[in-house]
Design a protein. Structure first.
Length: 825
């Protein structure tokens, strides 16, 4: 059995990696030099307390996993265990470097980070000065792992978050900005481009973005660089096989791991400190080998590390074979493969030569069934489920084959959505497998299987996107979005109209809910423009999806045209359900255009059509539309009547989202009628439902409305808290309507608390935003709005009022938001 290395070895290695002297470390850690000397000499192997160890770990700037390694070597508990038990201020202070509260989506470490301590520290220092750093190097050189380790160490330096954006699944540079936006939770709204939304979101934040595998989307480099000038706190850490060639770029070529020098006699202890040897032993032990560096095996291990040229991926793949093959035999086989590659295929890119040798060697160790499965897995982008692998790769025992490939480090098994297993190829390995798939002459067949599976998957998801299982299906589609993209792109490129339209028609609600508005609209419009045909019913649904995505982007003219086409197709087919749905959607366009009378007529017509069809979900949607529009029109009693009917039907159907939306409207109706107690009851019910659904947009809307209740009841500080929480969520979602209302509300709070100049500035900013997004104050809200403005205006002379209001109108939105979020005195 392998045991933790002793404290002397671990501490000595960490000090060597960071080029730290004994005296310098003692001074920075505030620990006696003699104490550290005793640890390094092995005179004290298990210090009684962990206090001084933690001081040393902090001075060496060890990561959480490294600090835990140091503690374990001294017989103490892990950092996480100490954090869980810490109660005193002194203990919490010692553990502060590892109490990370920064938001992030960094993948958790599943293996230890070996070596490269000095390199890591140098890159951390570089990122403290530079704003765009690109780690370059060949595939398998460890760029991604190094970037993640850098990001982990920098977590305390970026209070607004560090976000990992995997770009390997993408081949279209246009998808890079949407991928960044998705990682940050930024969506399109208000008619601005997604790049502009990102710039607004990032403007006053301190964020590090880790953009991984940029080499396939190089054309996106200038677009990404445009995010930097308006956002002074933004930094980019990029991994790519080639530089981005941008003005602000600091290029850092990631070297291979240090390998034992040839023809140099090294002691066993010196070899144990070598980076390549340490990685080989660490990964071999992780694979189950009972191995340590000894005089008997050091020659073979050193030979292997030299042949593998210090490339981390090659070393890891070789180490995974240690439980299966004797080291001398491995050396013989590896040497033959590498020599054959170097001398037989010099036309290959240099970065592929040694890695290809390692992969060729690993591939040739597989039996025929494993080779078949391995190359077919290359068709998947971003991984796959067991069911997908079985359906697409078929003709073999897939489960057993996947287990074998995982054990041989060619496939990674990760936990997918809802705890289900998922299987992935590292991108470098996937490219290698793809070459074998192309050479096998079965690529077209596997593409067909892949397309058939994901078409069926999309159409199976479609009903679930409209029922109580919606969240689960949204998550599943999110997980396989890259595979769906690949099928859609292939279908569009080969003019396969049926596949493209059927998938688009099935999953457009996913694009809508998860914020892929531009991408989804582009995919649908491209599919609809292809020659060829599919069923008119499916085409009508695709038109509905394209129209919906156009409308949420405020392209009302295009939305109306597409909804109209869907309506006409449904009429042609005598599809009464399609006609009813299209009628409702045309009402939605009218509501967006503030033509409330026409919207009400169309919603009523759609309700009657759904009622004739005895289609209760459609009736409920129509009631939601009627409740909102009659409320906006000022028909409050009618809105309450529609709303109460909608709540009753929603409860019968179990549609929490519809009920929450209607409760929000009923709260507004009560608010406008001055019944604040009743409004609070409605809002509390709606908020509970939205929180259960994790519906951020609904939560922010109701918090905002609760703020107005508190404002009108004179609970000004409570109102400010509610508005600020709503505004924060609204900013994350880029919900311009919520931002507008909360600016107005916080202006009202400032006016009520005797800060009329601040109040007028916020009111002016809100008015300017309303004009930009084309959303005038609804008739039902005008009286309350006028009362807020009058309260502010009464406290100022005309000149001061006009100047403050005009200054607010001229404020950049980000500055207005920052002013609104600051504490009201």
């Amino acid at each position: 059995m392998c045991t933790d290395p002793p404290l002397a070895d671990i501490l000595g290695q960490f000090m060597k990696d960071r080029r730290s002297s004994l005296r310098g470390l003692a001074r920075e850690a505030d620990v006696p030099a003699q104490t550290i000397h005793h640890w390094l000499r092995g005179r004290v192997k298990h210090p009684h307390t962990f206090d001084q160890l933690l001081k040393v770990a902090a001075a060496l700037r060890l990561s959480k996993s490294e600090a835990t390694q140091l503690l374990h070597s001294a017989g103490h508990k892990s950092i996480d265990e100490l954090l869980a038990q810490a109660t005193s201020p002194a203990e919490l202070a010692l553990l502060k470097p590892w109490r990370i509260t920064t938001p992030h989506n960094l993948p958790s470490e599943v293996t230890s980070f070996v070596g490269r301590g000095a390199l890591l520290d140098a890159l951390v220092r570089l990122l403290e000065k530079a704003r765009l750093v690109t780690l370059t190097g060949r595939g398998g050189s460890g760029k991604t792992r190094l970037a993640l380790q850098i990001a982990t160490k920098l977590l305390p330096s970026f209070p607004d978050g560090i976000f990992f954006v995997p770009l390997a699944p993408l081949s279209d540079p246009e998808l890079v900005i949407p991928a960044i936006a998705q990682s940050l939770g930024v969506t399109t709204s208000g008619g601005l481009s997604l790049s502009e939304r990102l710039q607004d979101y990032l403007r006053h934040k301190q964020i590090l973005l880790v953009l991984d595998n940029f080499e396939k989307v190089m054309a996106a480099g200038p677009t990404v660089a445009q995010l930097l000038p308006p956002a002074a706190g933004l930094k980019l850490l990029v991994t790519s096989q080639v530089p981005l060639q941008l003005y602000a770029e600091h290029i850092f070529a990631v070297p291979s791991l240090e390998v034992p020098a040839a023809k140099t006699a090294l002691t066993l202890k010196e070899l144990a400190c070598n980076e390549a040897v340490r990685l080989f032993l660490d990964r071999a032990q992780a694979a189950g080998a009972d191995i340590a560096l000894t005089e008997a095996n050091l020659t073979a291990i050193v030979a292997l590390c030299r042949q593998l040229e210090g490339l981390p991926l090659s070393i890891e793949l070789a180490a995974a074979r240690v439980p299966l093959i004797l080291l001398p035999l491995m050396v013989e086989q590896m040497h033959a493969r590498l020599d054959l590659l170097v001398h037989g295929a010099l036309d290959l890119p240099e970065r592929h030569q040694s890695l290809r040798g390692t992969l060729d060697w690993s591939y040739n160790l597989l039996d025929q069934a494993e080779q078949l499965l391995f190359r077919r897995l290359a068709i998947f982008v971003g991984g796959c489920s067991l069911d997908a692998a079985a359906a697409v790769c078929g003709g073999m025992p897939v489960r057993a084959g996947l287990t074998s490939l995982v054990q041989k480090s060619l496939v990674q098994q990760v936990t997918g959505m809802h705890g289900t297993p998922r299987f992935m190829l590292l991108e470098t390995i996937r490219e290698y497998a793809w070459e074998h798939l192309e050479a096998s002459r079965e690529l077209d067949l596997i593409r067909q299987h892949h397309a058939h599976f994901y078409l069926a998957f999309a159409e199976a998801a479609a009903p679930g996107l409209r029922d109580s299982w919606q969240t689960r299906w949204l998550d599943r589609l999110d997980q396989d979005h890259d595979n769906l993209r690949a099928v859609l792109q292939r279908a569009t490129a080969t003019a396969d109209a049926e596949t493209a339209i059927r998938i688009g028609a099935a999953i457009w609600p996913f694009w809508h809910v998860r914020g892929h508005w531009s991408e989804g609209r582009q995919q649908l419009e491209a599919a609809l423009a292809l020659p060829g045909s599919t069923s008119e019913r499916i085409r009508a649904e695709a038109l509905t999806g394209a129209a919906t995505l156009a409308l949420v982007q405020y392209d009302r003219t295009r939305a109306h045209s597409l909804f109209k086409q869907s309506y006409e197709l449904s009429m042609k087919m005598d599809d009464r359900h399609g006609v009813a749905e299209a009628t409702y959607n045309l009402g939605w366009v009218a509501q967006s255009e503030r033509d409330h009378a026409r919207a009400i007529d169309l919603y009523q017509e759609s309700f009657e059509q759904f009622h004739t069809l005895v289609h209760q979900p459609g009736m409920l949607v129509s009631l939601v539309g009627l409740t909102w529009t009659t409320m906006f029109e000022g028909q409050l009693d009618q809105a309450r009547s529609y709303g109460e009917a909608g709540v009753a039907l929603g409860r019968e159907l179990g549609d929490k989202g519809a009920i929450a939306s209607i409760l929000n409207v009923l709260g507004l109706v009560s608010l406008y009628q001055g019944d604040y107690t009743r409004a609070s009851t409605y809002y509390a019910g709606g908020l509970a439902l939205y929180r259960a659904l994790h519906h951020s947009g609904g939560i922010s809307a109701i918090l905002m409305n609760q703020g107005f209740v508190a404002l009108f009841e004179g609970r000004y500080h409570e109102a400010a808290v509610l508005y600020r929480e709503s505004l924060s969520i609204g900013c994350d979602l880029h919900d311009q309507l919520v931002i507008n209302y909360t600016l107005d509300g916080l202006g009202g709070v400032a006016g009520a608390l005797g800060q009329p100049v601040r109040a007028a500035r916020l009111g002016g900013a809100a008015e300017a935003l309303r004009e930009r997004i084309g959303t005038p104050i609804p008739e039902a809200e005008q009286a309350n709005h006028d009362a807020i403005v009058a309260t502010i205006r009464a406290q100022l002379d005309e000149h001061t009022w006009t100047a403050a209001w005009s200054a607010g109108r001229a404020l950049p939105l980000a500055d207005a938001i920052a002013e609104a979020l600051s504490e009201v005195k």
